[in-house]
Ligand binder design. Structure first.
Ligand code: GLN
Length: 308
């Protein structure tokens, strides 16, 4: 049988062969992945895919498509092959320097916006938030997805975003520029909040500190899917041998950098809660809230800094 690349195929057959190739390799979400790769190569949208099943694809297109399918079959994430991932209705550039934004991280944005609105209401201000007067920092911004989603929702907020990785910051900055938020976000290379412990940022205090920190344990690395373990950056995945180590540093640092009644909103790993909750058993914190994700996993922990 001639290899598919040497033939012209129509859209329907190309898709069918693509799904088959991925299914044989036990790639999860094989249909979606084959569709996304074909759309990426043809620069089309999904409506076109199903409206023109008989359209003939030229051999060059077929060859590029099968080359991406083979890379996907050996474990490269679809998002690294297409270079993008949607988050909060925005399209983010991603590459191997950043964590691919996950849908459950959108819960962080929801919790942050809800709790900021409640805070306004309690202070007798309008709960319809514009972000006026609010200073926010996203720790470990990666692709910039959290900082940029907040910039979209809070058009008057002052937003900072940090990452230890200069390569990640470059991706985040490109995303902010492409999406039109570069003048709203200050990007800083920093380990957690260290950049705010010295001048010129020393006097900053935040209304919201938000983070999806690395929280996977290195001891769990062999259980991770190959897409994650071999393709996403280790410094964005692992919090330490156990996984929860970074929370132990971040929570006390956050307490020092929040305004009174300021909020800390953290993403949790699937089993982080028992190790993280005790970090908030201190008079510095009140109104602890744990929010589950759609899979009923405790995913977001948020708390308020007690006024001194
Ligand atoms: N803030 C980014 C995200 O939520 C990156 C997080 C990380 O690298 N751990 O996707």
């Amino acid at each position: 049988m001639p290899s598919p690349q040497s033939q012209s195929l129509n859209v329907r057959t190309a898709l069918k062969q693509g799904i088959h190739l991925l299914r044989e390799a036990q790639v999860p979400s094989d249909t979606l992945a084959a569709e996304l790769l074909l759309l990426h190569i043809t620069l089309r949208d999904r409506t076109w895919l199903y409206a023109h099943p008989e359209e003939i694809l030229d051999p060059q297109t077929i060859e590029s498509y099968f080359s991406l399918l083979r890379r996907r079959a050996t474990g490269e994430p679809t998002q690294h092959l297409t270079g993008k991932q949607e988050f909060w209705g925005l399209e983010f550039e991603v590459n191997a320097d950043v964590l691919i934004p996950r849908p459950e991280t959108e819960h962080l944005i929801e919790v942050a916006l809800d709790r900021l609105a409640v805070r306004e209401l309690r202070s007798g201000r309008d709960p319809k938030l514009t972000g006026e007067g609010l200073t926010i920092v996203d720790i470990g911004t990666g692709s910039g997805c959290i900082a940029i989603a907040l910039a979209k929702e809070l058009p008057a907020a002052k937003i900072y975003a940090t990452d230890v990785s200069p390569a990640a910051l470059k991706v985040a900055q490109r995303n902010a520029t492409r999406l039109g938020f570069s003048n709203r976000i200050t990007f800083l290379e920093s380990n957690l909040l260290v950049a705010f412990a010295s001048s010129p940022n020393q006097s900053l205090a935040f209304d919201l500190i938000i983070s999806n920190p690395p929280y996977i344990g290195r001891k769990e690395s062999t259980t991770l899917p190959v897409e994650v373990r071999d393709h996403e950056p280790a410094h964005a995945l692992y919090g330490g041998e156990e996984g929860y180590e970074l929370y132990g540093l971040l929570v006390p640092e956050a307490a020092r950098h929040l305004k009174p009644t300021g909020l800390l909103v953290l993403e949790l790993g699937h089993d982080s809660l028992p190790a993280v909750r005790p970090l908030f058993e201190s008079p510095e914190w009140k109104n602890l809230l744990v929010t589950n994700d759609l899979a009923a996993i405790p995913r977001v922990l948020s708390a308020e800094r007690t006024p001194a």
